[in-house]
Design a protein around this ligand. Structure first.
Ligand SMILES: N[C@@H](CCC(=O)N[C@@H](CS)C(=O)NCC(=O)O)C(=O)O
Length: 208
């Protein structure tokens, strides 16, 4: 199987981290995003919305980060959706996608005061939900191990840091725990060159 992805793309990172945690032998293909590969007919044939990541599987192309990871979990072994906490893991994955990753993704590319305010408000609400879940001292949202429910939050906290968006104190130990894992460290390191290379074009327009 082959994952078409990019090390800067938040949903690609979520998926690649999930694959690495599972230990699947899946080839990674870095898309030439800046050269227009997402718009190529070959890519669009695999990804109807033109978005990454996409997994080439024996059952055809699978798109949507969560669907890719659920597909792999279904084939086994169960790593990211352990028995008994599937609903919890899926719930926090959804909250993470909708209110953390999408929010930071918007501000990553569009540095206007309006987007910043919306991003900060939405992320703050989501972090409150995560903090409440972690308040009983559990290391990760579904218990002792990283599950699907932690992946979007892990990538979002990294981009909150690179983009200077405040992360509540209550989340700092969780972020530290996540990034003590070598798989997340590697994902962060792989993204860094692209974060810096794209930074000039992501700044707000100069005021006259
Ligand atoms: N819901 C999708 C989101 C995928 C997504 O938004 N991917 C972004 C990169 S993080 C993308 O491909 N953007 C390129 C574009 O929209 O042209 C998922 O979970 O995979």
């Amino acid at each position: 199987m082959k994952l078409h992805f990019h090390p800067l793309s938040s949903y690609s990172r979520k998926t690649a981290v999930g694959i690495a945690l599972r230990g699947d032998a899946i080839e990674l293909h870095t898309l030439d995003v800046f050269g227009g590969e997402l718009r190529s007919p070959a890519f669009q044939a695999m990804s109807p919305f033109g978005k990454m990541p996409v997994l080439e599987s024996p059952d055809g192309p699978i798109y949507e980060s969560t669907s890719i990871l659920e597909y792999l979990e279904e084939r086994g072994p169960r790593v990211l959706l352990p028995a008994g906490v599937e609903r919890l893991a899926r719930h926090f994955d959804r909250i993470g996608d909708l209110y953390l990753l999408d929010a930071i993704g918007a501000f990553f590319w569009k540095k206007t005061p309006e987007v910043q305010a919306e991003t900060e408000k939405t992320m703050h609400r989501a972090w409150t939900v995560f903090a409440r879940q972690l308040a009983d001292g559990r290391p990760f949202v579904a218990g002792d191990r990283i599950t699907l429910g932690d992946l979007s939050a892990a990538i979002a906290v990294d981009y909150a840091h690179t983009e200077g968006v405040a992360v509540p104190e209550t989340i700092a130990p969780y972020a530290e725990r996540l990034y003590s894992h070598p798989v997340l460290q590697a994902s962060r390191e792989a993204a860094r060159p692209f974060v810096e290379a794209t930074r000039p074009r992501r700044q707000p327009p100069a005021t006259p």
